[in-house]
Design a protein around this ligand. Sequence first.
Ligand code: FAD
Length: 528
Amino acid sequence: TATAAAAMVWFRKGLRVHDNPALDAARRGGAAARLYPVFVLDPRYLLPDQAAPSPGSARAGVARVRFLLESLSDLDARLRRLGSRLLLLRARDDGDVAGTVCAALKDWNIGKLCFESDTEPYALARDKKVMDFAAASGIDVFSPVSHTLFDPAEIIEKFLFSFGKWKNGGRPPMTYQSFVAIAGEPPEPIMEEYSELPPVGDTGEYELLPVPRVEELGYGDISQEDLSPFRGGETEALKRMRESLHDKEWVAKFEKPKGDPSAFLKPATTVLSPYLKFGCLSSRYFYHCIQDVYRSTKKHTNPPVSLTGQLLWRDFFYTVAFGTPNFDQMKGNKICKQIPWTENEELFPAWRDGRTGYPWIDAIMIQLRKWGWMHHLARHSVACFLTRGDLFIHWEKGRDVFERLLIDSDWAINNGNWMWLSCSSFFYQYHRIYSPTSFGKKYDPNGNYIRHFIPVLKDMPKEYIYEPWTAPLSIQKKANCIIGKDYPKPVVDHAIASKECKKMMGEAYASNRLDDDKPDKGKSSNSS
Ligand code: FAD
């Protein structure tokens, strides 16, 4: 039977042992203490969905599901080395994660519950149920902020009181500069390394699952797929971070958006985003380690372009997302321009499935499907193309595809960047459009990136690789790729489509300005 000194650490994100304040608090329980490290498999993300256009659930593609399972295995192995283990539970009643946690709290007689705070709407609702149960049952709850550098709620409060007076009616800072000015330095990470953790208590009748393989979840044979080269887990995260930071000059000179979006064998950035997303890597620990490198170099770049600047972007989006009602939609979202995006039953699947006929765009979408990760500027290219650049399709549709297929899929960052790229918020220079042909060519004139992700174009001469429809038929034949048969013709003419998009954006902006002048602005749009 469990003792009253039992504590539970409930993992959701934060899949790590290092710099984990929830785990750190849960382990401090005195001599008789028992520690229950729990993770509940949430079918919302895990169960296969036959209707989804590639393996995975409606919420998570197979690459991310696999990344999560690898992260869980690694966490279990690291806990076992410290004399503990991960208790993996199946959600009861078809997906009631909160109910599963509450039942375990009761059955194991837990006195203290520790979990990392999570500001996503889905998590807030789930966690409230558990906190209400804990309060009614007299269980102590400790829920520290450790997914981000700063506490979004605290930043918003500081912003409110900035300049010594009430400002902005509780709105979050809407520019990076005002965010950075308020934020200051993040808290130091916990640097202590544990030699052991308290033993796990009795789990009674509970069925403890081994970490399943993706195939066991019903995804069928995925061995044929060219899957993501990035493996999940804290061990891999720390290794990857150390490798990135090893080249001190690279760290000191890091400057975004410079960097080659077509580099895929050795990406131009750290590819730590999926590890930060699942919390296999602590953002505070990463920040701290970058500062160490800066101290040992003569000069270094600064925010917003530096590597620490990127982590601040992440926190910026978390803060705005937390402080903005309906952040993940256009309607009823006060920071989002209202734009009459179109629906298009043919163009949207062509974009989603990498069949637009623009090799640069299609290669990026295929990399997304297979790897679940693309460079930031590659994301810019396809997001601009779908929305204000060429197709004039709603950013929410593109957001959904990214949300499902990215291994680093992150509610705050993804929605924020989609609003940015569609010129719906944060950034408004809609006349600046990425060319789907010449932008990629600047970095990769030979088209190696395209040849890798679209093998049917691998023998297309470099003169035509970005615009294969312009190749004479004899060349297409020689390259074994007939345009319109083996690879699609372009779905739109970029020169015409982009002009039309600019016109529609101009009109939409003008009508938003008119709306801004109305006295009841905001009230009437809060309908959804
Ligand atoms: P690095 O350049 O090495 O940066 C280090 C870390 O800083 C990243 O891991 C990430 O956590 C953070 N970061 C970097 N750029 C940004 C940014 N623009 N905004 C916020 N945080 C940033 N990133 C996600 O993590 N999840 C998403 O769902 C996501 N969706 C996006 C959607 C669109 C349309 C666009 C344009 C960008 C999106 N990004 C998203 C932001 C960015 O592209 C990725 O964070 C970055 O490419 C990840 O690669 P990296 O780890 O090598 O980044």
